[in-house]
Design a protein around this ligand. Structure first.
Ligand code: SAM
Length: 439
């Protein structure tokens, strides 16, 4: 806990904001937070798109585990994954030990950590971080002891676990030695402004050094390479992989969901426009002998197709349907049940709406971007069991179910004269407008 009630925002937030500003500006891909404690900084960093690997290390694994669940993906990460990639790894281990998994990072942060180490361990930390891990940049923050007299009643260090608290000169001296030895340059700054008029004399409450490797092109510093490249003393506490569209399985699932969503939308809009054509639909379903009149079906479908082919952008949508008796279950699973007396007992009617893949591909940017090509889209849909395609693979088939009772009542109530051609042509026009909005 910060002993500084008078900082607003609180000092720990200011330190984290400093790191986040650096990340926004420099866009590091691999970031490790040393002494990550309860993962507060990691939680903030995980929302930064540039970062693909985010690692936390702390000697106190139990503390890390306390909030580990807050780093797991949110439901929106699964529902709306992006092409961003992120893996979070959390380790229990000491910054005085070399672990090969921590090499090659773009940014290492050490926020209020080094003052918890003995001076001998600070030497080990310097060797591990700057000599072995050799990241592109390192941000180190530590208390500035010159600020301490401003804390009313503070005697000794700010925290009982601190082994030292450095003046600005002491921090500077350590930092410059590190730079000289390991090939870095450093800029000094800080957060937690002193009261007006005292900033110059006491400096920032938390002093910060931003180190940059002088030859950024070098993957690692050959002078200090050693034989611990295959050493992994840290214990992996948790590895969290965020869903990404770069994962082919996820991309396929999301693409199919997107296609089905838009196809369903189209179907609904289309049905809203055409459903009242009960003269056609009900004649189709209620045949005298309870069997589908295939000739009639194809005749009606052809009639509809003729009308719809003329719709905007050449888009076509068809409605067709058929019914079969219980022992005649069709390949589509359409069922007309018969009771024990052999009487018809329609429990549901299913109509099949056919949505051309070309329309889905051309009309929805995500569908075209994610599938790459129309033929690829067809292949992906063919391999998904949730999807039913037409025989030639050019259209998606969606079923529309209705309660027979309702339809039957409608059939009786409807005045066929009123629901004839005039209404159908009105529906046709409204659907055409809908198509234009979509395509
Ligand atoms: N960095 C955290 C933040 O910004 O919220 C706060 C760090 S807390 C003040 C210091 C952390 O350093 C503790 O969680 C402690 O367990 C950890 N620590 C102390 N010695 C360590 C060591 N040798 N290696 C790794 N972590 C260490």
């Amino acid at each position: 806990m910060d002993p500084l009630p008078f900082f607003s925002p609180p000092l720990h937030s200011q330190r984290h904001t400093f790191v986040i500003d650096y990340v926004l500006k420099n866009k590091p891909v691999k970031v490790v937070d040393l002494g990550c404690c309860e993962c507060t900084l990691l939680q903030k960093l995980r929302f930064h798109h540039a970062i693909q690997l985010l690692v936390g290390v702390d000697i106190d694994g139990a503390t890390v585990k306390k909030k580990i669940h807050e780093l797991t993906p949110l439901s929106t990460d699964y529902l709306q994954p992006t092409f961003d990639q992120l893996r979070i790894e959390l380790y229990e281990g000491s910054v005085t030990q070399k672990d090969a998994r921590l090499k090659g990072f773009d940014l290492v942060t050490s926020i209020e950590l080094i003052e918890h180490l003995s001076l001998a361990d600070v030497e080990g930390f310097s060797e591990v971080v700057f000599g072995y891990m050799t990241p592109v940049a390192v941000i180190v923050s530590t208390p500035n002891s010159e600020f301490n007299p401003l804390f009313p009643g503070l005697t000794g260090f700010r925290h009982s676990d601190h082994k030292f608290e450095w003046t600005r000169a002491e921090f500077r001296s350590w930092a410059l030695k590190v730079c000289l030895r390991y090939g870095y340059e450093v800029e000094f700054t800080g957060v937690g402004q002193a009261p007006p008029g005292t900033q110059q004399s006491v400096g920032f409450c938390s002093q910060i050094g931003v180190f940059r490797r002088i030859n950024e092109q070098d993957g690692c510093n050959v002078l200090f390479s050693d034989d611990s490249d295959g050493v992994f003393p840290y214990t992996l506490l948790k590895s969290i992989e965020y869903p990404s569209l770069r994962d082919n399985n996820i991309l396929r699932k999301v693409l199919v969901s997107e296609v089905l969503y838009w196809a369903e939308q189209m179907k609904t809009r289309w049905i809203e426009g055409f459903i009242d054509r009960s003269d056609i639909a009900n004649t189709l379903y209620y045949t005298e002998d309870g069997e589908g009149d295939c000739d009639r079906v194809s005749e009606l479908c052809t009639a509809m197709e003729d009308k719809l082919t003329a719709a905007a952008c050449g888009a076509e949508m068809q409605q067709c349907g058929r019914v079969v008796s219980e022992d005649q279950e069709g390949e589509d699973g359409d069922v007309l049940r018969t009771n024990s007396k052999g009487q018809e007992e329609f429990s549901q009617l299913r109509r099949c709406v056919s949505v051309p893949l070309a329309v889905l591909w051309a009309g929805y940017p995500k569908v075209s971007a994610w599938s790459g090509s129309l033929s690829n889209l067809r292949l992906i849909l063919m391999e998904d069991t949730k999807v039913k395609l037409s025989q030639d693979g050019s259209a998606l088939l969606l079923y529309h179910q209705e309660q027979e009772e309702e339809d039957h009542d409608d059939l009786k109530d409807d005045d066929f004269e009123d629901s004839g051609c005039t209404e159908a042509s009105q529906c046709y026009h409204s659907a055409e407008e809908d198509w234009e909005a979509y395509v």
